[in-house]
Write a protein that binds this ligand. Structure first.
Ligand code: ADP
Length: 402
């Protein structure tokens, strides 16, 4: 059974085609610069997806982009399936489900209306996600479609965790509250963590998942349910990220806006795009570059790394307090899976919680492994995330037999 996973942005569309008989990706790619004069499709297939086919053409809109994606998938030279009808269903990553979606769902008119109603909460992503859905409906009318929301896993948070201390009318009028993001990753990774901990006869009731990538977020998971998460109304809140500042005194916005004579939107844009590792180090938003600069003695890069680790450590401490205990810490995503020194830096000082990192085990990169010492009261694991596979699995589950 083949399932196509789509992640549609405003001018790009990423895809992966899964063979669900063995949960492997048989082709993936990117349709880029949709709606611009020169668009391109990059399609990867073959052994380890190393064969690349690039098509420079023009996609007027998402529908044309999907048409080209499907043409590439069935192409006689570069394709991986013989007919479009081999694709049993399509799973879409959708950014914002507001408080309306607590799980993935089959896309129907009501679902699309609700995604539309959530546009004020996800103004950049939801319209693009809808465009991707409509494009697939137009081109593959017989394949059932599923929406998988970045926010859904966090809908189990209690009000004390998701409400902001602002006048209640703003929650009622504008639905301003914490939603959290990366939910598909937090669900996938915490679910796998629980399996792994169980299999090792370890406690698994109170877990912290640290999804540390370009965008980063933490979640506190009790008995498999999210009770708190670091991102908020938007992905700007929480820990320091590649280009996002993470949490700060909201009055900083006013101060920058006044001094730089900027409006609020432009100021928040600086917090989203020019801050974080990039803004503090002045070097790059990419952790590898910041590490290299710090190793070479760049003081601002060193400070950025210290701030990054300190902020995450504080969240781990606060979530342990929020859950009234801690059974395991899990690292995932680009930095969490690959940056051993970064993980060690985050955990340094958490020995009082029972966290002891094993230097040797912590050299591991990109694989599922326990990185704490055998005697560590709280085990620490690296568990690679796979959001696309999680979307494909939900899609399979919801469309089975349809
Ligand atoms: P996104 O949020 O875009 O999905 P990823 O989860 O792919 O991001 O993470 C990207 C981040 O992972 C980048 O900052 C990159 O530098 C970092 N990263 C990847 N490999 C390593 C590594 N070996 N050491 C440190 N950081 C790494």
């Amino acid at each position: 059974m083949k399932i196509l996973v789509i992640n549609a942005g405003s001018s790009s569309l990423k895809y992966q085609l899964f063979n669900m008989d063995n949960n492997t990706v048989i082709a993936k790619g990117l349709a880029d610069r949709i709606g611009l004069e020169t668009s391109s499709l990059t399609h990867n297939y073959g052994e380890e997806l190393k064969t690349k086919y690039v098509l420079n053409t023009q996609f007027k809109d998402h529908t044309e982009a999907i048409q080209q994606v499907l043409a590439a998938l069935v192409d006689k030279d570069h394709g991986v399936i013989s007919d479009i009808s081999d694709i049993s269903a399509v799973g879409h990553r959708v950014l914002h489900g507001g408080d309306k979606f607590t799980a993935s769902c089959i896309i129907d008119e009501a679902c699309k209306e609700t995604i539309k109603a959530c546009i004020p909460l996800g103004p950049l992503h939801n319209p693009a996600n809808l465009a991707g859905i409509k494009a697939c409906e137009a081109v593959m009318p017989n394949a059932p479609q599923v929406a998988v929301f970045d926010t859904a896993f966090h809908q189990t948070m209690p009000a004390e965790a998701f409400m902001y201390g602002i006048p209640m009318e703003y929650y009622k009028k504008y639905a301003i509250r914490r939603y959290g993001f990366h939910g598909t990753s937090h669900r996938f990774v915490s679910g796998r963590a629980i399996e792994v901990l169980k299999a090792n006869n370890m406690k698994h009731g109170k877990i912290i998942v640290c999804h540390l990538g370009n965008g980063s977020s933490l979640s506190a998971v009790v008995d498999g349910k999210c009770v708190d998460t670091s991102m908020g109304l938007t992905p700007l809140e929480g820990v320091l990220m590649g280009t996002r500042s993470g949490s700060l005194d909201p009055a900083v916005v006013e101060c920058i806006a006044n001094n730089e004579e900027l409006d609020v939107t432009k100021t928040v844009n600086i917090l989203n795009k020019k801050s974080g590792l990039l803004g503090v180090s002045g070097v790059s938003s990419d952790m590898r570059d910041v590490n290299t600069a710090a190793d070479a003695g760049n003081e601002n890069a060193k400070l950025a790394l210290d701030m990054w680790a300190y902020g995450i450590r504080k969240y781990i401490g606060s979530y342990a307090a929020a859950m009234g205990g801690l059974d395991a810490v899990i690292f995932t995503a680009g930095i969490g899976e690959n940056d051993g020194p970064g993980r060690a830096k985050v955990c340094k000082g958490l020995e009082f919680l029972g966290i002891e990192i094993d230097e040797e085990a912590n050299r591991a990169r990109g694989k599922e492994v326990c990185i704490s010492k055998p005697g560590s009261k709280v085990p620490v694991w690296v568990i690679p995330t796979n959001e696309e596979l999680a979307i494909a699995m939900d899609t399979l589950e919801l469309t089975k037999g349809k």
